[in-house]
Design a binder for this molecule. Structure first.
Ligand SMILES: CC(C)(COP(=O)(O)OP(=O)(O)OC[C@H]1O[C@@H](n2cnc3c(N)ncnc32)[C@H](O)[C@@H]1OP(=O)(O)O)[C@@H](O)C(=O)NCCC(=O)NCCS
Length: 150
């Protein structure tokens, strides 16, 4: 899908103020600023999506040999359900393909139906359940491990 009014560009350390304004509003257990800066320092593939020069989404991915691990995929609340999550994920798939990855993997909370629906619509398959993988309000929550052949 073409989205000419949206700009997809690499994430910079100077983007973290804006990202920290989004992250706590869309996750029950958000990444900390330190998580993002560690990810940038580790040279993970980190990208933002902008609209009118404002960050409205971001995604981070770790490359291990020919595997791409999607670590974070986020669209700010008011921009959700407009196809932008799908667009951002398609851009990350393109980046991974460009880096010659053969597969993309991700973990998602078993309760995160919107994200799971998006991944399934793109073609990801459920590969395993990781029991109690995430902290949750009342104890722990399972992760669904999903994979896509690129
Ligand atoms: C998950 C997330 C990135 C999806 O972004 P989005 O822009 O709202 O999603 P899109 O509008 O691109 O929708 C993509 C697909 O997901 C499905 N979807 C989106 N929201 C949904 C919902 N609330 N319920 C069911 N399906 C939903 C749509 O059916 C759509 O399918 P289609 O492309 O075939 O029409 C976004 O909701 C988000 O940032 N959530 C908070 C952070 C998060 O949970 N990230 C994922 C961590 S693994």
């Amino acid at each position: 899908m073409l989205k000419p009014q949206y700009q997809f560009r690499p994430m910079l350390a100077s983007d973290l103020d804006a990202i920290m304004q989004i992250e706590p509003h869309i996750y029950s257990h958000p990444w900390t600023r330190g998580n993002f800066s560690d990810s940038l320092k580790s040279e993970h593939s980190a990208w933002v999506l902008e609209h009118n020069e404002k960050i409205i989404g971001y995604a981070l991915m770790m490359m291990v040999l020919d595997e791409a691990h999607l670590l974070n995929l986020s669209i700010t609340k008011v921009y959700q359900k407009q196809g932008l999550g799908r667009y951002l994920l398609e851009q990350m798939i393109r980046v991974a393909q460009h880096q010659k990855a053969a597969n993309m993997f991700l973990e998602v909370r078993s309760s995160n139906i919107s994200a799971i629906t998006l991944y399934e619509n793109i073609g990801f398959n459920e590969m395993a359940i990781r029991r109690g993988y995430y902290p949750a309000q009342n104890g722990r929550e399972d992760a669904v491990l999903m994979g896509l052949a690129l």
